[in-house]
Design a protein around this ligand. Structure first.
Ligand SMILES: [Zn+2]
Length: 231
């Protein structure tokens, strides 16, 4: 993996206009509005209680997400897909691990958002993920100095999630850990870093979940008004 900045910190990506509640943007694009790579990864499944909005259905989707997130270049993405075709059982294993990591990240950050302590077993497992990801970090020298990079060799498809793991560790140990929120919509479950001035942001996206909540409030108010005051 040759991404020069492995910290996982990134500018918000192309949010999908017209995205459904927490789902992928139409046309195959993913949504990167969580404010941190690890949260964007957790957000590849929306509406967890029903599990109906899954964006990652196999290793190809995972590679596509990494490419869109800027974690792998097109050539490396192609190489990973080729590797996966040659070793389907290894690819399936790596994919299962990636999904287990995603659900672990969701549980840890959702607990944080709810003001509770994450489960000890999730933190232990995250520490194991971290140990294996960070063992692949290395220094890369360039013309203007050194930068963090990832080992070019080894890891197979598992390498795809190394920057995600690092992003989670960075966020958990940063001042913004207390600003992680879960969207207020009962059918969303997206996580985001609340960087609003008031620190009271409720919705992952005002254009989708926020608007729906506003429409619902308006509907109930209108119905109440129509029924008139109670006798
Ligand atoms: Zn939402």
């Amino acid at each position: 993996m040759s991404r020069p900045d492995p910290s996982g910190s990134r500018a918000p990506g192309p949010g999908g206009p017209g995205r459904g509640a927490g789902g992928p943007a139409p046309g195959g694009g993913f949504d990167f509005s969580g404010g941190a790579l690890c949260l964007d990864f957790a957000n590849t499944l929306a509406d967890r209680p029903r599990g109906e909005q899954e964006s990652l259905r196999g290793i190809d989707d995972l590679v596509a997400w990494c490419e869109e997130a800027g974690l792998v270049a097109r050539r490396e993405a192609g190489r990973t897909i080729d590797e996966a075709r040659r070793s389907p059982s290894g690819a399936r294993r790596a994919f299962r691990r990636a999904i287990a990591l995603r659900e672990r990240l969701y549980r840890v950050f959702a607990a944080l958002a709810a003001g509770t302590r994450p489960d000890r077993s999730d933190v232990d497992a995250l520490n194991r993920d971290l140990a294996s990801a960070l063992s692949q970090l290395r220094l890369e020298s360039g013309e203007t100095g050194f930068a963090w990079g990832w080992s070019e060799r080894g890891g197979g498809a598992a390498r795809l999630t190394w920057p995600v793991v690092r992003s989670a560790a960075d966020l958990l140990t940063s001042d913004e850990a207390g600003s992680v929120r879960e969207c207020g919509s009962p059918t969303c479950s997206w996580l985001f870093v609340d960087r609003s001035r008031t620190g009271r942001r409720r919705w992952c996206d005002m254009k989708t979940c926020g608007n729906r909540a506003k429409a619902r409030r308006h509907y109930h108010k209108a119905r109440k008004a129509k029924r008139g005051p109670p006798p």
